[in-house]
Design a protein around this ligand. Structure first.
Ligand code: IPE
Ligand code: IPE
Ligand code: MG
Length: 242
């Protein structure tokens, strides 16, 4: 058991760009996939800690719309890992009352992967203690574009009658995440300082934290350091401090 840690203010929604699996493996002369396996272990650790601290929403960037350009060998191995671990972890998600959600262009995923994900999201859909969202085959420009297309279609069909209803909240309801609040805190590992097409709309006012730690090495103590940093942030949302 760990000593109880008190945070002055915690993000309600934590998003992570889990980067650096390949470099972690390369540093050890291992295949990239070994890094991805350790990356899954790191995600499991993260969830254990976020549940311990009481962070209700976690979103993890697991596979981008651009990652399809990687070798067939890597993409196939990633899809197999995804299938294996969703099946393996489903009882744990249920036991911990975690609602699993997927955002992204899932039509591009292999049929077998899609089926396993649909089954797991369905079986956990009644839970609302915690929410784990996996961003898979996810690209934010694609997401925003598809929202715009759907709105145009609904307008044409007469489902949207008045263009004045197309306000920010209304637009956001057409994005993949739907009812999930915007992330308060975004962590990117591996030292890259960019967002790589992740949640461009949703992170407008998110606090961002970059760490050189490679994702497979990221553990409870790294999360605590990041959350302690979050505590020091002053979120003004454009307003002036008095
Ligand atoms: C992140 O690690 C996981 C995925 C993008 C699937 P990378 O595979 O991008 O690892 P690096 O960036 O090559 O080290
Ligand atoms: C972003 O990492 C996507 C995921 C972590 C799943 P990448 O490794 O694909 O990003 P770039 O290519 O370094 O921007
Ligand atoms: Mg990378």
């Amino acid at each position: 058991m760990h000593k109880k840690i008190v945070f002055k203010n915690l993000p309600k929604h934590l998003a992570v760009i889990m980067d650096g699996n390949g470099r972690w493996a390369k540093n050890r002369n291992l295949e990239r996939i070994e890094g991805h396996i350790q990356g899954i272990m790191a995600l499991k650790r993260l969830l254990k800690s976020t549940m311990e601290f009481g962070i209700k929403y976690v979103t993890a960037f697991a596979f981008s719309s651009e990652n399809w350009q990687r070798s067939k060998k890597e993409v196939d191995a990633l899809m197999n890992l995804l299938e294996k671990y969703i099946k393996l972890e489903l009882p744990n998600l249920i036991r911990n009352k975690i609602c699993l959600k997927v955002i992204g262009n899932i039509e591009k995923l292999p049929v077998s992967t899609k089926k396993i994900l649909q089954d797991a999201t369905y079986q956990t859909s009644r839970f609302n203690d915690f929410f784990l969202t996996l961003a898979l085959s996810y690209g934010s420009r694609e997401e925003i574009l598809s929202a715009a297309i759907h709105i145009a279609e609904d307008f044409k069909k007469g489902i949207i009658k008045n263009k004045n209803v197309i306000q920010e909240g209304f637009f956001a309801s057409y994005l993949y995440g739907g009812d999930i609040p915007n992330p308060d805190f975004l962590i990117r590992t591996s030292g890259e300082k960019r967002v790589s097409n992740f949640m461009l709309w949703q992170i407008a006012y998110t606090e961002i934290y970059f760490t050189k730690t490679l994702w497979p090495d990221f553990g409870r103590k790294h999360l605590i350091t990041a959350l302690k940093n979050y505590e020091t942030r002053v979120r003004r949302f454009g307003k002036a401090e008095i």
